[in-house]
Design a protein around this ligand. Structure first.
Ligand SMILES: *Cc1c(COP(=O)(O)O)cnc(C)c1O
Length: 370
């Protein structure tokens, strides 16, 4: 049986979605080419046993490439899991809350949700919060009320909804730092050795929803988990089985692997950081000079990935979003809890996408003034 594939010709939009979000076109095309026959196996990766030789190569290469990209130290394990970043809100206390006490820094919805989940299992203490100003800044974390009996300190490093980022990590006073990096993962280099555990839902910057990546220090992987912890939520079980305890999210891991290769080919995370800074600067510079559009975040805490902005007038916001959508700039509506607009400009958003968006905003502003 031989199937001839036509060349794929499609019209793509500039997709500013916060997640699931834009992926590199090159990766999508490659996946499309391999859809029916992955490297002569005569089947799609979707149809392949996770115990097969071909798949073993896919998952091993994905891990090796991720280790290269992030320079992950040897005493850290990489786990490919499923269940959403939201399931990790529970598995963190289940695996790490030995004293049943941990400190949380509340910088937005995702940190708050993780905090609420941790309270099911033990004493979750609010160490700092920026709720007083709608999470538009990162609180001072240089001298937090961390006590000796806390098992870890938890942060959400890039706040997808509010557009803030920890540019400096909190002083955890010797406690393990656990960080949700879902929306900034692989957008710039990070020093893994500063963390006990980092994790990301990949649908923001790396791959399709359904896969989560956990990077955890080996000494934190023990059988000493909270009573009642399901087998599937024990990190040690997944680590002992190289993420193949059960069927992993095979296709998702395959796409992540392709994105890792795309990142390596394009200069790795230093190069990605430089490009992301350049892209974000175009948008932030415009917001700083615009009379119509304003950024909502304190300057020194701005995210490179998620850029929220408003006109100050809800009707005008709605008009802008409608006009932008018609012009091919889609998913610019802010999160339902904050309103306004948000442009998510992840790794795969080309610089032309940001330049054209700013040109469109400038034009909209000029028309509005008249
Ligand atoms: C999207 C997001 C989540 C939730 O991810 P799910 O996979 O939908 O559970 C958690 N944390 C951050 C920072 C996010 O951006």
């Amino acid at each position: 049986m031989f199937i001839q594939l036509e060349e794929i010709k499609v019209a793509r939009v500039y997709n500013f979605s916060a997640g699931p979000a834009v992926l590199p076109e090159e990766v999508l095309r490659e996946a499309a080419e391999e859809m029916l026959d992955y490297k002569g196996t005569g089947m799609s990766v979707m149809e392949m046993s996770h115990r097969s030789k071909a798949y073993d190569t896919i998952i091993k290469e994905a891990e090796a490439d991720l280790r290269t990209l992030l320079n992950i130290p040897d005493n850290y394990k990489v786990l490919f899991l499923q269940g959403g970043a939201s399931l990790i809100f529970a598995s963190v206390p289940m695996n790490l809350m030995k004293n049943r006490k941990a400190g949380y820094i509340l910088t937005g919805q995702w940190a708050k949700k993780a905090f609420a989940e941790a309270k099911i299992y033990g004493e979750a203490v609010e160490l700092a919060s920026s709720a007083d100003q709608t999470f538009s800044y990162i609180p001072d974390c240089s001298d937090l009320p961390i006590t000796d009996d806390m098992d870890y300190v938890y942060i959400c490093e890039n706040n997808t909804i509010y557009g803030t980022k920890f540019h400096k990590l909190p002083d955890t006073k010797g406690k393990i730092l656990v960080s949700d990096v879902s929306s900034c993962f692989l957008s710039e280099p990070m020093d893994i050795s500063k963390y006990g555990m980092v994790y990301a839902g990949v649908q923001k910057n790396v791959g399709p929803a359904g896969t989560q990546i956990v990077i955890i220090r080996e000494d934190l992987l023990t059988d000493d988990v909270l009573p009642g912890t399901p087998t599937m939520m024990k990190y040690k079980v997944h680590a002992d089985n190289d993420s193949l305890y059960n069927t992993p999210p095979c296709y998702g891991i395959y796409i992540c692997g392709k994105v890792f290769k795309w990142l390596l080919k394009n200069g790795g995370l230093e190069a990605m950081k430089a490009l992301n800074e350049k892209k974000a600067k175009i948008l932030y510079d415009f917001l700083d000079e615009s009379k119509l559009f304003k950024g909502t975040v304190r300057k020194e805490d701005r995210s490179l990935m998620n850029v929220p902005f408003v006109t100050g007038n809800e009707e005008l916001d709605a008009k802008f979003i409608k006009a932008a959508t018609e012009a091919g700039f889609v998913n610019l509506k802010g999160h339902r809890t904050v309103g306004g607009m948000r442009a998510s400009i992840y790794n795969a958003m080309p610089i032309e996408g940001v330049e054209k968006l700013v040109a469109f905003m400038r034009e909209f502003e000029e028309k509005t003034e008249k």
